[in-house]
Write a protein that binds this ligand. Structure first.
Ligand code: FE2
Length: 391
């Protein structure tokens, strides 16, 4: 390993707000899709190993003491078009350490690609967003990007990232991972292609506030409404509204607990996450059978599906292209709506706290989220919850 304090240093310079405001006639809230999701962890090294060897995310970028970055370590991971950044503090006095102490392994930043970062940031702030970082250019030897961020639910933020022909492995300041760890084994991707949607859990009675935030501040529209009649079980219930942004490229459902006989899984999340935050990240694939076969072979754990779930599938969803026996063997869920069908599966929690998890989804026409699966899914989640004594 070649350690050098001058390896890929990143210079940060603020963007002049006056210039930014007059930066052209682009829609100030145009969003081109998800850029990446940053996860805070106690150890970037261990988390990256888990996501690489378990889920097929390839480490592509590194920023840390070896690159002259003294306070934290970040590892950038890529699979298909999905980018994840795992960041950890190096000292207990770091604000990152406080976040990890409070929330554990958790999504911190759901970052969007935008054509004009400063325009997006100032328009969002004008519409009521709380600023976190003002627009600044991040530059290294590979070029530059423009970055800004605003607050959303809990301690989560949205960054706006404008690429201006940046050619490095991830963001300015990151060295190619293989340059820092040249002897690491190559990671084989599992087939996850893009981020499909990111779901947030907020407190009871706060969902509509956050729906209004996404509508008013970011120009999103509401996609579908599940009432607690759709998503309820004997013991718990939730309400969910799906926010659509970026011309359909961004889907962000927001859940809140609804009254149930026992503690809802959303309440369990809120208790163990220490407040609102990202509940799950869904990755889309065009071959869920191959992906889930690979992940299961690598030891990834998925939610248990009640056996009798599959008895109802043929009558509930009709004919599907995939082999139903294989679908059942792998524990994949199936749902259909007026536009087509979808196949989906949920991992168990990615960490010991009952908080963040992943979903793998294959869409065959359906643009929904598997409302018909909610009951089966929630029964499965609650079975786990009961085992932890939290129901
Ligand atoms: Fe989902």
């Amino acid at each position: 390993m070649t350690a050098s304090k001058n390896l890929n240093p990143c210079a940060i310079s603020p963007i002049d707000p006056a210039k930014a405001r007059s930066a052209g006639s682009l829609d100030p809230l145009a969003i081109d899709g998800f850029h990446h999701i940053e996860i805070y962890a106690d150890s970037a090294k261990q988390s990256a190993f888990y996501l690489a060897h378990g889920f097929g995310f390839r480490p592509v970028g590194y920023r840390g003491p070896e690159t002259g970055h003294r306070d934290s370590v970040s590892i950038a991971l890529q699979q298909g078009n999905v980018l994840l950044q795992i960041t950890c503090p190096l000292r207990s006095t770091s604000p990152l350490a406080e976040h990890v102490h409070k929330h554990g392994f958790s999504a911190k930043d759901v970052a969007f690609k935008v054509p004009n970062c400063a325009a997006s940031f100032y328009e969002a702030v004008k519409r009521g967003a709380q600023p976190v970082s003002a627009p600044a250019e991040w530059r290294d030897q590979n070029g530059s990007i423009i970055h800004a961020s605003i607050k959303t639910y809990g301690d989560t933020v949205h960054s706006f990232i404008e690429h201006t022909g940046y050619e490095g492995p991830f963001l300015p300041g990151f060295a190619p991972y293989s340059q820092i760890f040249p002897r690491d084994v190559a990671i084989e991707e599992a087939g996850l292609a893009v981020i499909d949607h990111v779901v947030g859990n907020v407190e009871l009675g706060r969902m509509d506030e956050w729906v209004a935030f996404y509508e008013k501040v970011l120009g999103f529209t509401q996609f579908k409404h599940f009432s607690d009649k759709d998503i309820s079980t004997e013991y718990s219930a939730l309400m969910s509204k799906v926010m659509n942004g970026g011309g359909g490229k961004i889907k962000m459902p927001i859940n809140e607990p609804a009254e149930g006989k026992r503690k809802s899984q959303i309440e369990e999340y809120l208790e163990f996450n220490g407040g609102p935050g990202v509940q799950h990240i869904a990755f889309r694939t065009n071959d869920i059978i191959s992906v889930v076969s690979r992940l299961r072979a690598r030891g990834v754990r998925f939610l248990w599906v009640p056996k009798n779930y599959y008895e109802q599938v043929p009558s509930r969803v009709g004919t599907i292209r995939e082999d139903l026996a294989k679908i059942q063997e792998l524990g994949i869920l199936v749902d259909r709506d007026e536009d087509g069908y979808l196949l989906q599966i949920f991992t168990k929690n990615l960490q010991d706290r009952p908080t963040l998890f992943f979903e793998v989804i294959q869409r065959e026409g359906s643009q929904g989220f598997g409302a018909g699966n909610f009951k089966a899914l929630f029964e499965a989640i609650e079975r786990d919850q009961a085992e932890r004594g939290n129901l």
